[in-house]
Each structure stands twice: as C-alpha cells, then as structure tokens.
Design a protein. Structure first.
Length: 440
C-alpha cells in the first residue's frame, strides 16, 4: 500500500514525466476495446481497457484521483500486448505510456523486504549476467537429468506450488548441459553462396533454456546464405526491466547492446523472440532524451529483423520443405505482430511446408496470456485468457501449434498440459519446425 507521501511524489512525477500530448491523443472512441483481452475477460471493466487506463493516467496528472492500490492494480493487470495500437485511429503509443507509468509508480513506492530481494536478484543479479543465467540453467539441467524432477513430481512436492507453476515445471524444455551452454559460436559461415551478412541477438533465456532453438535459428540462417556474427559483449535486451518499472537498468542494457552491435558491419540484426525484438526495436524511444544515444539507438533499431522476415526475403520458403501429414496452426507473438509489424511472414513460411495443412486459428492475433512474467504475477487472469485460447486451438484440430516467442511457447505448452492433450498436440517454435521440414 502506498503512503500519502508516496502518492504525492507519484502525482508530481506523472505531471512532469508523462507525455501530455500522448494522453490527450486518445479520443475515447473505443476501437481498442474488442482487442483487449483483460477488458473482455474481466467482464468489460473499463478500468481494465486501454482507454480506461489512459483515462486513469490523465486523471492522476490532473489531480482528480490518487495513484492508489486500485490504480496500480489496473496498470499491473495490463498484459502489455499492445494489440490496441494497430487499431487506434489516433495512433496512440499506449505501450510507451504504460511503461512510463509503471516506472514512476515502481520508483516511488516502498517495496516489502521480500519484494526488494526478489527484484534485486532478478533484475540486477541474474538477467544482466549471462554467466549466471548459464549456471542457473545448468542446475536446472542437473535437476532434470538426475532423476530429481521425477522424484519431486511423484512425491507430491509440486502440490505446494500454485497450479500454474506446478504445470509450468512439467513443460519446461530439456535444457543443455553446462558444458554445452559454455561452448557457443561467435561466427558462422553461410552454407552455399553468401547473400547477406547478419549479426544475431542471442538473448539471455534464448541462449540458455532455449539454446536448441537458437542453434536451429543459426542453422536456418546458414542455409539461407547468411554469414553470421554473434557479438560476445551483447546483453539481455532489457524488456523484463522495461515492462516492470526498472527503466534505468533497461537503458543501461540498451547502451551495452548498441555498443556491441555497432562494431559489426552487418546488413541486419536478427532476433528470434518477439518479446525481445519489440523492445530492441523501441531503443530509439527508450533513449530519445539522451542526445549522445538517440541517433545511435535509431540506427540500431533500423537494422532489426525477425528471423521469419529475413527468411522470406531470402526466399527460404521456396526450398524443399516437407513434414508428415498434419494440421498446423500459428499463435502470433503479440510484440512481433503489434510492434515489429511481422505477421504475414511466419504464415507464408508455414504454408510452404508440403504435407502440412495450415489452419488459421480464431483470434490468433490475441494474446495467449503469457506476457513475460504475467502468467506468474497475474495467474488468474492469465489462465482465463489461456483457457479461451485453447478452445480456439481445439477448433482448428491442429496437431502442432507454432509460436515465435519463448513465453508464448511455454504458455501454449501449459495450455496443452492443462487440457490433458499432451499426447495429441505439441507446441514448437517456428524455427524448430522449419528445421524439421527443410531438406539439406
């Protein structure tokens, strides 16, 4: 609970830091309402819609309401999927408003000792340090391979965890050994004629827990004719920090990444995680108030491409791609679609696979409820959204759900497990499926 003094400080910073023009840009037309999962799943509560949240932000700026617990709850309930932005006739940059508001609240409220410890561990002690991420992932691998995981599951220890976390533990990917995690490439040549030179943003989770997907990405880029450079000094993208009210640390990570990739004269910077890509492409906005970095950030963002975009550009979909007969469907990564404006390219690649029948899912462009750590912090709402998503999945009769983001992948695996369909449906990252399909 925020004190009166904290609320006053929050109000003052809202008045000085929030973009007044952007707040006024919202016409209250309501075009965003049908696109907002939390508005729909909350029973059409205005305070859980983009329009409603902007109105609350403006009311705090104008001194009409206090930034109390209800206000903070409204901000935290938002998935940050940004599905409201493409449909907004005024072009309101809602995601930027949300991140600024969360940062102001977080930096001016007193956290409990437990919350402080968790935030410090996650945002400062873990994600910015890839060596620590590798160590933690290596320990997870020991847990999985030693038999400890089976013992924990059979003994009933998992019942002490919330249902969603207990289920999530069962769907985590099999992670590499610590030795494999440390033996990462930094430069790879093309297979065949070179068409492009690209640098690869390997990410923190993607290059540890989802390392095999990164390896598949690199292989596809090689097969498409790319020379690949992976900068050694790159860092976490900062998305988790930026979305959780840790903007200062997000800026530090952004600057580290800009420096790392500036040293490479590549045609593109490639990502394979929609959440990372969306934050990376927003570096220009993140650093807009720092003259020494603003232009460099824009130059960085202008080179960014999702793996699906570069594969289509290099005509990878014209290769001999085939899979056993099956129906496949695609769940959009919200940030890949709504921020990076990439939605047709993954579908084009999937439709090119012989033997696979592509079936478009109803509301595939709607959030699955993962949203970073949202499915942990706001589990009840996340599971409501996931249940609706799984109904649409079942309607397609698909045997394979394809995603373009690690959070979405785990969330869809969670949905499959919750529905008892693990023997009938699988969820895979698009690059892993494409590597299955390509004939080298």
């Amino acid at each position: 609970m925020t004190t009166i003094q904290e609320q006053q400080k929050i109000k003052e910073e809202f008045q000085t830091r929030m973009d007044q023009n952007e707040l006024l840009n919202c016409m209250r037309c309501g075009f965003c309402l049908p696109t907002c999962p939390t508005y729909i799943e909350s029973g059409y509560q205005e305070s859980h819609s983009p329009r409603g949240r902007i109105a609350l932000m403006k009311a705090v700026v104008d001194g009409l309401i206090e930034p109390d617990e209800d206000f903070e709850k409204s901000l935290n309930m938002c998935l940050g999927c940004r599905a409201c932005e493409p449909v907004c006739p005024s072009g309101v940059n809602y995601g930027h408003l949300l991140e600024e508001a969360r940062d102001i609240v977080n930096q001016n409220k007193k956290h409990s000792l437990r919350a402080k410890a968790v935030r410090k561990t996650v945002f400062e002690g873990l994600f910015p340090h890839q060596n620590r991420m590798r160590t933690l992932t290596g320990l997870l691998g020991v847990y999985q391979r030693s038999g400890m995981q089976k013992i924990a599951q059979k003994s009933g220890l998992m019942k002490f965890l919330p249902d969603s976390l207990a289920t999530m533990e069962r769907v985590l990917p099999e992670v590499p050994t610590l030795k494999e995690l440390k033996c990462r490439p930094y430069q790879l040549g093309p297979i065949g004629v070179q068409k492009k030179k690209v640098s690869f943003f390997s990410g923190c989770l993607m290059d540890t827990m989802f390392m095999k997907t990164n390896d598949a990405t690199l292989r596809l880029l090689q097969l498409a004719g790319c020379e690949i450079v992976i900068p050694k000094t790159q860092a976490c993208c900062g998305a988790l920090h930026g979305h959780s009210g840790e903007k200062k640390k997000a800026k530090e990570l952004a600057k580290q990444n800009i420096i790392a990739f500036e040293e490479i004269e590549a045609d593109y910077i490639i990502t394979n995680a929609g959440g990372c890509g969306a934050f990376l492409i927003d570096y220009g906005h993140l650093l807009k108030d720092e003259p020494k970095w603003a232009e460099r950030a824009k130059a960085f963002s202008n080179k960014l491409k999702d793996i699906s975009s570069v594969l289509v550009e290099l005509e990878f979909h014209k290769k001999d791609l085939s899979l056993p007969d099956q129906i496949i469907t695609y769940q959009d990564s919200c940030h890949l679609r709504n921020v990076m404006k990439t939605s047709s390219e993954p579908r084009r690649l999937l439709k090119a696979i012989n033997g696979a029948t592509y079936m478009e899912m109803k509301n595939a462009d709607s959030c699955c409820g993962s949203a970073g750590i949202y499915n942990i912090m706001e589990s009840e709402m996340s599971m409501k959204i996931l249940d609706s998503k799984m109904k649409n999945v079942k309607d397609t009769q698909a045997k394979t759900i394809v995603t373009s983001n690690p959070g979405c992948l785990l969330q869809m695996k969670l949905g499959i497990e919750r529905e008892g369909l693990s023997d009938k449906i699988r969820a895979v990252h698009i690059v892993d499926l494409l590597l299955e399909a390509v004939k080298e």
